[in-house]
Design a protein around this ligand. Structure first.
Ligand code: MRU
Length: 349
C-alpha cells in the first residue's frame, strides 16, 4: 500500500520489535506503533489498533513469537501456554488468530526461539501472497463498469497488504476497469467510512459512503451489480462469520438476485467447525454503541454520547451468513462453491 507516496505494510517486524499502523487514528492521523512484548500486541489487538482477520492473525503470530523470546528458562512451557491462551482470547471470532498461534507454537516448541520468529515472518509473507492470489481470482468476477458494495474493511489494513474483499477491486481498477464502490459505514466502529473509504481514496477509486441500512434502497434502484465482503471464519459447510451486518447485506443481495461473494485466505477456514453454529461470536464493549468518537474543531479526538442515557446496549461484533446466501468464495486457490465438498477439497486436497 502507498501512503503519501511511500510504501507501507499494515504490520511488520524489525529486529525483535513489532511495528504497526495505528488504525484507531485513521483516517485523521497516520502513526506507527512500536511494540516490544506479546502483552502489548494483545492490547493492540483487543483495542483494535490493529484489526481485520488477516492482520490480527499476523499480529497474533508475532505475539506468540515474542512469547518465546520473553519466556523464562524454567517453567517456560507453562508460560508459553498461558501467553497463547491470552493471545487467543483477544478476538475470538477471527480464525486466523488461532491458525497463527498454532503454527508459531509448534515451530518454537520443536526448534526454539529463532524458529518461532521465522514462522511468524513466514505467516506475514503468506498473508500478503494469499491476498495477491485472491486479487487475481476475484478480479475475473468483476466486469468493466461495475458497481460494488462492500461492508466493513477487508482491504490493506485488514491484511499485511492488498486485503481480501478489496484486493480484486484494486486489481480491476489497476487494469483500467471502471469501478464504483458503495462503502457501508459499518457501525458501530465505522471501519467502512474511516478505513475502507480512506484506502479507496489512496487508490483513486470512485466511491461513496452509505448508511448501513441503505442496502435495500440501493438494490431496488439497480445501483449495485455485486457484493464482496471478507470473512473472519468460514465453517466447512461455507457458513461465514463476518462483521455484524454482513448477513443483512446477503439477505438483501439474495432478494434482488445480486451475487454475494466472500473473499478469504485459507487461514480463515476452520477445519474443526462443521457449520456456523460453532463459530464463537465476540461481544465488544457497550460504549462502542452508546458513544461515538471523532475530531473536535481543534482536531483533538473526542467521544460523545449518542444514545439515551440509561438505556442498555448489545454489541455482537460479527454475524453468521449461512452458505445458502453466498454465491461463491474467492480464495487464494481459486473460486469455489460454499459447500462441504468444495471446502474439504480446498483444505485437504
Ligand atoms: O472487527 P474487525 O474490524 O476486525 O472486523 C473486520 C471484518 O469483519 C472484516 O471484514 C474481516 O476481518 C475480513 S478480512 C480483513
Amino acid at each position: 500500500m502507498k501512503v503519501n507516496g511511500k510504501n507501507y505494510k499494515t504490520i511488520w517486524m524489525e529486529g525483535k520489535k513489532v511495528k504497526l499502523i495505528d488504525q484507531n487514528l485513521l483516517p485523521f492521523r497516520f502513526e506507527i506503533i512500536e511494540l516490544e512484548n506479546w502483552e502489548g500486541i494483545c492490547k493492540a489487538i483487543k483495542n483494535m489498533n490493529i484489526r481485520g482477520a488477516g492482520a490480527i492473525g499476523v499480529a497474533a503470530g508475532y505475539a506468540m513469537a515474542l512469547a518465546f523470546v520473553q519466556s523464562p528458562g524454567k517453567g517456560g512451557e507453562d508460560y508459553l501456554w498461558k501467553s497463547r491462551k491470552e493471545i487467543e482470547q483477544t478476538r475470538p471470532t477471527a480464525r486466523d488468530l488461532f491458525y497463527a498461534t498454532e503454527r508459531v507454537m509448534q515451530a518454537g516448541i520443536a526448534y526454539g526461539i529463532e524458529a518461532a520468529i521465522e514462522e511468524s515472518e513466514k505467516l506475514a509473507i503468506e498473508n500478503e501472497e494469499e491476498a495477491k492470489a485472491i486479487a487475481i481470482y476475484g478480479e475475473s468476477l468483476i466486469p468493466d463498469s461495475c458497481n460494488i458494495l462492500t461492508h466493513c474493511n477487508a482491504g490493506w489494513l485488514g491484511f499485511v497488504d492488498w486485503g481480501s474483499a478489496l484486493a480484486p477491486i484494486y486489481l480491476a481498477h489497476r487494469k483500467g476497469k471502471k469501478i464504483f464502490v458503495y462503502v457501508d459505514e459499518t457501525r458501530p466502529r465505522l471501519q467502512g467510512s474511516r478505513l475502507t473509504a480512506w484506502e479507496l481514496q489512496n487508490e483513486g477509486i470512485a466511491h461513496v459512503i452509505v448508511a448501513d441500512n441503505a442496502g435495500a434502497w440501493l438494490l431496488s434502484n439497480n445501483r449495485v451489480d455485486l457484493f464482496i465482503t471478507g470473512a473472519d471464519r468460514i465453517a466447512l459447510n461455507g457458513d461465514t462469520a463476518n462483521k455484524i451486518g454482513t448477513f443483512e447485506k446477503a439477505i438483501v443481495a439474495k432478494n434482488f438476485g445480486v451475487p454475494f461473494y466472500v473473499a478469504a485466505p485459507l487461514s480463515t477456514f476452520d477445519p474443526a467447525c462443521p457449520d456456523g453454529s460453532c463459530i464463537p461470536i465476540e461481544h465488544r464493549p457497550l460504549e462502542e454503541i452508546t458513544e461515538m468518537e471523532g475530531l473536535d474543531e481543534k482536531h483533538h479526538f473526542i467521544k460523545i454520547r449518542i444514545s439515551s442515557p440509561g438505556s442498555e446496549a448489545l454489541n455482537p461484533a460479527f454475524d453468521i451468513t449461512p452458505s445458502s446466501y453466498i454465491h461463491s468464495l474467492i480464495t487464494s486457490k481459486g473460486i469455489i462453491q460454499p459447500n462441504n465438498q468444495a471446502i474439504r477439497q480446498l483444505l485437504f486436497g
